[in-house]
Design a protein around this ligand. Structure first.
Ligand code: HEC
Ligand code: HEC
Ligand code: HEC
Ligand code: HEC
Length: 322
């Protein structure tokens, strides 16, 4: 369980804590936390939000295939809910206290991916996280009592942007956005376009994530100057920059996200673009733009008395010789 989660949860009132735990430490039968049964014993929901799943632990475990194999460990049966976006959506759609609003399921429902029946698990259970891809053929289980046929296997890592290894997280975020820089007289025009077909960029727990544009120039002496989106040594944002910072995470009112409200949702919808225009001084030789992401906001970690977050990762970048 992450330090950030535990600290935020412990700062909340008892009712809110129970609410947080209903997803982060769900109880299905005797196991606490996300378990195989969280998904493979789920048979539906009472609403596609706030983990309102219904489980049937007396039924055989759900399989996505009609020809699923009975093993000596347990029985299986085909159950369509397992492959549905609604299964994932029931836990990932959050109507919580304050700014804990997570909406990937409703974003997915009106996305281009939904129109082609591309579901959460097509993208998140594939060998290239975030993109549908051919799956490796492997035995679904190694059961000495029952020979199991080869199956196209689902990757169950469900990689997120907060992985301990940034190289792993980068696999999910890579190619999520395209960045271009154009020149219009003495202005630079930077365009960010979302390449994510399944939901907004960013999505999920936007109350703690940060995605923003960093703009910089090289002057005639080869000195780099960051105009927007610079970070101080403690990883916090620098105030009063020459160009106003362009953010893609939610704008929150002050305070902890459990108490704050969302002032503005700035995420890019699937395929959407946003443009930033700024004047470039004479003598500039290169204009550079980078789209930066971090899984945990520096101001939030500071407010909770935690150490600064890791350096952000670049998910797209471009340069223009001026
Ligand atoms: C077409 C492929 C695709 C589909 C379909 C899709 N996703 Fe994603 N998902 C991505 C990509 C790419 C990213 C990384 C960029 C981003 O955050 O948008 C991502 C990121 C995420 C994240 C991490 C966001 C963060 O910053 O913390 C969550 C959570 C998530 N998806 C949940 C879902 C759920 C739930 C569904 C189904 C309702 C779904 N996704 C459907 C491609 C997809
Ligand atoms: C977050 C939900 C989730 C959890 C947790 C989960 N699974 Fe799955 N599992 C799925 C989905 C979704 C599929 C595939 C559905 C499809 O192919 O459309 C799947 C498929 C499978 C398959 C069939 C072969 C394959 O790879 O597709 C096996 C076997 C399996 N899971 C075992 C497990 C075991 C064992 C655990 C616990 C260690 C587990 N699962 C936990 C969602 C989950
Ligand atoms: C029983 C509730 C539940 C279900 C069902 C569920 N998830 Fe999750 N999922 C979670 C929780 C809680 C986390 C966050 C874990 C953490 O960071 O502590 C998570 C994390 C993730 C992440 C990584 C995001 C991150 O920041 O770590 C992805 C991607 C993801 N789930 C995709 C899926 C997909 C795809 C499905 C459907 C096959 C699914 N989930 C079904 C509860 C669920
Ligand atoms: C209905 C299910 C649900 C509830 C309730 C819920 N969360 Fe989450 N939470 C998730 C899922 C799913 C993710 C992963 C989404 C993502 O990565 O974008 C997540 C991610 C997080 C993360 C990011 C974890 C990390 O290390 O990056 C934090 C922090 C968090 N939740 C805190 C809370 C707190 C505090 C509460 C109670 C106020 C809460 N959550 C209630 C489903 C839930």
């Amino acid at each position: 369980m992450g330090e950030l989660y535990t600290t935020l949860r412990d700062r909340s009132d008892p009712r809110t804590r129970t609410f947080c735990d209903s997803c982060h430490r769900p109880q299905v039968g005797t196991s606490e936390g996300l378990s195989c049964e969280s998904c493979h014993s789920a048979v539906g929901n009472s609403a596609p939000v706030n983990a309102l799943l219904r489980w049937d632990r007396s039924a055989p475990l759900a399989s996505a295939r009609a020809d699923s194999v009975m093993t000596s460990g347990h029985r299986t049966r085909f159950h369509g809910f397992l492959s549905s976006s609604e299964l994932c959506g029931t836990c990932h759609e959050v109507q919580g206290p304050g700014a804990f609003r997570e909406t990937p399921f409703t974003e997915w429902q009106r996305s281009p991916a939904a129109q082609t029946q591309t579901t959460c698990v097509h993208c998140h259970g594939s060998p290239s996280p975030g993109r549908p891809a051919e799956r490796p053929l492997l035995a679904a289980a190694t059961d000495p009592a029952t020979p199991t046929p080869l199956r196209a296997r689902t990757d169950h890592h469900f990689i997120g942007p907060d992985e301990d290894d940034p190289a792993v997280a980068a696999r999910l975020l890579a190619a999520s956005a395209a960045l271009t820089i154009a020149r219009e007289g003495s202005n630079a025009v930077v365009t960010v376009t979302s390449m994510v077909a399944g939901h907004s960029l960013p999505t999920g727990v936007r109350a703690v994530r940060e995605l923003w544009l960093e703009l910089s120039v090289l002057d005639a002496n080869g000195q780099r100057r960051v105009l927007s989106g610079a970070l101080a040594d403690d990883q916090s944002f620098v105030a009063n920059e020459p160009v106003a910072r362009e953010d893609f995470h939610d704008e929150l009112s002050a305070g902890l996200p459990t108490e704050a409200s969302i002032v503005r949702v700035r995420a890019l919808e699937p395929g959407a673009s946003r443009t930033v225009r700024f004047a470039v001084e004479a003598g500039t030789t290169v204009v550079r733009a980078r789209l930066l992401y971090r899984a945990q906001s520096a101001s939030l970690r500071r407010a909770l008395g935690l150490s600064p977050p890791a350096a952000p990762m670049e998910i797209a970048g471009a340069e223009l010789r001026w």
